[in-house]
Design a protein. Structure first.
Length: 400
């Protein structure tokens, strides 16, 4: 199904058994010693060995066939518009296609590609509230798109942020894509946003679209936004030394994106490890953009950082799941009781020379996705976009 209205359908009881590898999303404990998950109405109810779990009365039973189960991937940086359409590339179905790449949650960094995007204060607030409402009600491919991220402009005052928060807006679009580019101006508005529970992201690096401009390291540090957006540039990066300085001098989230400088992406990830703060690293695609749409963008980032930066694959998967969930205050992204039952089932790609999934990722291979589940409901079987997985899970009973 290309898209669905968020009707609140419940999964009932779901049992996932015969899991070969269970990734937790928790960077402090990335692999769990368990082979069974029990879900009740879209939330994780139990994690453990099959003999210790209550399997009775399940509406749906899935045999994982010894494949890997991980939290659904989170794309921390997207630019949606409306529905499953992006005018940036004239493409329909990009969100559903990305779900086939294992992504179950997307977070908007601003609806900046809307043709005729309003830049007056009344209009930008109206667009943000509309986008938040629309994606709350309509979920392409079942994906949770957290949208409604206004791009701040000169002339906004504290009451504007209070109004946005009261209307349900919880994000700011990339600071720097609008007329607010000076560090002191951004700092004041970021503080207002934070006061009312709105999380902020700042553009980092050279301009990406008409109207944006260079945001240098000093501006990023002064503005003190919650997320250092595409620290490796989107597209053009700051000098590598400046990026490493941001990792060291700021305590905020280090967001690395697909549509940026890959050499600097590796440097930023390594810097975070050297500084002993890998929990700050989160991943995004920064698409749709001039670079296009990347349905496998997050998986490609995981494979690149694991293979070229030399970071164990199980840790890099945490960058794309639990790290983002904790920084973004989401209930998904971690395999814990009470969390959303959003999972991606993976195996090494057919004919990968590696002995297993993690080893294949560390070689640079993209894994094969065999199933995606959101809120305990199967959203796709074998992915139409990844290389074919060696083994895929099977719905033994039930299904949706």
């Amino acid at each position: 199904m290309a898209a669905e209205v968020a009707t609140g359908a419940k999964s009932g009881k779901v049992v996932i058994r015969n899991i070969g590898l269970l990734l937790s999303g928790d960077i402090d404990r990335p692999i769990l010693d368990a082979d069974t998950l029990v879900v009740n109405d879209g939330l994780i109810a139990a994690i453990g060995k099959e003999k210790d779990c209550d399997l009775e009365g399940a509406r749906t039973v899935i045999d994982a066939k010894k494949t890997c189960v991980a939290p659904g991937l989170i794309d921390s940086h997207v630019h949606p518009v409306f529905g499953d359409w992006t005018p940036r590339q004239g493409q329909i179905g990009w969100i559903d296609s990305t779900m086939n790449g294992g992504v179950t949650t997307m977070i908007s960094a601003g609806e900046v590609h809307l043709p005729g995007r309003p830049k007056d204060i009344v209009g930008l607030k109206a667009l943000a509230i509309t986008a938040q409402r629309a994606f709350d009600n309509f979920r392409p491919g079942g994906v949770k798109v957290l949208a409604g991220a206004p791009v701040i402009e000169k002339g906004m005052v504290e009451s504007d942020f209070k109004e946005l928060a009261e209307a349900g807006v919880g994000l700011l679009g990339e600071v720097g894509l609008g007329s607010v580019k000076a560090g002191y101006e951004a700092k004041e508005m970021v503080a207002w946003a934070r006061k009312y529970g709105i999380q902020s992201t700042i553009h980092t690096g050279g301009p990406s679209i008409p109207g944006s401009g260079l945001i240098d390291k000093d501006t990023v540090l002064e503005a003190d936004a919650d997320i250092i957006g595409h620290i490796n540039g989107g597209h053009t990066s700051l000098p590598e030394a400046h990026v490493c300085e941001l990792c060291e001098k700021s305590s905020r989230a280090i967001e690395i994106v697909h549509n940026g400088n890959e050499k600097v992406a590796i440097a930023a990830a390594r810097a975070a490890l050297d500084l002993k703060c890998p929990h700050r690293v989160i991943l995004g695609t920064d698409g749709p953009a001039g670079s296009g749409v990347q349905p496998l963008g997050i998986l490609r980032m995981v494979a690149m950082l694991s293979s070229i930066a030399g970071i164990p694959a199980e840790l890099v998967f945490c960058f794309a799941t639990g790290n983002t969930a904790r920084i973004r205050k989401l209930n998904c992204g971690l395999i814990e009781v009470g969390r959303d039952a959003d999972f991606v089932f993976m195996d090494k790609a057919q004919h990968s020379p590696a002995p297993g999934l993690l080893e294949s990722v560390q070689l640079g291979d993209i894994p094969g996705v065999g199933m995606v589940m959101i809120d305990g409901i199967v959203r796709c079987g074998r992915s139409r976009n990844t290389p074919p997985a060696t083994e895929i899970p099977v719905v033994v009973t039930g299904g949706h």
